[in-house]
Ligand binder design. Structure first.
Ligand SMILES: [Zn+2]
Length: 386
């Protein structure tokens, strides 16, 4: 492990096995992040519709940016010339970049995978590009996030065993090449566990990736088309294989509060998803125990805030009726206020989880947290990649 992102478990799971949830702290060049933690996604080096001060006000302490998108536009070399991603986007806190693997592999007919890498056509202008593990790492070193991620080949959970097996062994070879290519000592590098829903392949992948000198362990290939039961079973066997490995565990792509709670309970420390912001822009506001669709007629005369006890930019000042009006008029402020609220709700939910872990009351508070959570149905947040 490099010294770039030391992780400490502050409160380990209790020995009675009532939960595998743990409280932790990840220290990075741009700041300290408490775990379990949710990372809002800034695809194009911006959390859509928000100023960085507003992102911070939602409670976010670390954000994610997408290597694939920034490589295509504005270009990693340009970002590097302009002082790196932190300066470029005006965010002083920790940043994690993904490897680009998910976006590239999700391009369908626009890409071709071989054992050395992936050749793909830009979704912006059709130009041809190539990512290899070495290239992905070089791009991420130029962008300069606190945490980079090894290049991998994700597959949909419902893929055939042959497809999953091939992608997993390729991910393992690419993990070794990513590690060998990584030179920045001020940047952590996380590796990605694949293996689909197949217990044997998943366990073998966890063992292989955990055997390499990564600073953190990502669990990939979930938060797709699997059921919550399939996901939970896969998390359980992965965490069991990792046992008391001291590194942070990051489940990529999960974002609905109930799913986050289930995964924390099973031992996951980090999450990211476009879901809270995406559904917000679609007028779906998360509140304790459910959600409000602000396009519904009944909100046009509702003088109450979206959520009574919420300190966000929306709830501290405006009514449901006003937000309903903004959405109907397609006013830009609607997207900004709704995004502030859903991110505040999600990050507050994670803070409640951490508070319960800190006081050792998580197992008895799970039911209360579950009642507060929201679960979106599978297809709502996923669709096309970010
Ligand atoms: Zn609010």
């Amino acid at each position: 492990m490099s010294a770039a992102a030391p992780f400490e478990v502050l409160v380990p799971p209790p020995p009675d096995g009532s939960t595998r949830a743990r409280l932790g702290r990840l220290t990075m060049p741009h700041g300290v992040v408490e775990t379990p933690q949710f990372m809002p996604v800034g695809t194009n080096a911006t959390i859509k519709a928000l100023h960085p001060d507003e992102v911070e006000a939602t409670g976010a302490t670390i954000i994610l940016a997408n290597t694939y998108h920034l490589f295509l536009r504005p270009g990693h070399e340009r970002v590097e010339r302009l002082g790196g991603l932190h300066r470029f986007m005006g965010w002083d806190g920790p940043i994690l970049t993904d490897s680009g693997g998910y976006q590239v592999v999700s391009l369908g007919d626009l890409r071709e995978i071989d054992d050395d890498g992936v050749t793909f056509k830009s979704h912006l202008d059709g130009t041809t590009h190539r990512f290899t593990p070495e290239r992905s790492i070089a791009i991420q070193e130029a962008l300069g996030p606190d945490i980079a991620v090894a290049f991998d080949q994700p597959v949909f959970p419902s893929s055939t065993r042959r497809v999953v097996a091939d992608a997993t062994s390729r991910t393992h070879r690419w993990a070794e090449r990513s590690l060998a290519a990584h030179t920045r000592t001020d940047q952590a590098l996380f590796g990605v566990i694949q293996g689909g829903l197949d217990p044997e392949l998943r366990t073998a992948s966890a063992r292989f990736i955990a055997g390499l000198a990564f600073d953190g362990l990502n669990i990939g290939g979930l938060a797709g088309d699997e059921t919550p039961e399939q996901r939970n079973a896969t998390i359980d066997l992965t965490v069991a294989e990792l046992a008391d490995d001291p590194r942070p565990r990051y489940l990529m792509g999960l974002g609905s509060p109930l799913d986050l709670l289930d995964a924390v309970d099973r031992g996951i420390d980090l999450f990211d998803s476009v879901l809270p912001a995406r559904v917000a822009r679609n007028a779906q506001l998360w509140v304790p125990g459910g959600r409000l669709n602000l396009r519904n007629e009944r909100f046009r005369d509702d003088p109450r805030p979206v959520q009574d006890d919420c300190p966000c930019l929306l709830c501290s000042r405006f009514s449901r009726a006003y937000l309903a009006h903004l959405f109907r008029a397609r006013e830009l402020l609607a997207y900004r206020l709704a995004t502030c609220h859903n991110l505040t709700f999600t990050l507050d939910f994670m803070a409640r989880i951490r508070a319960a872990l800190r006081t050792g009351t998580f197992p008895v508070q799970v039911a209360e947290l579950r009642a507060r959570a929201v679960r979106m149905s599978g297809g709502e947040g996923i669709g096309k990649p970010a």
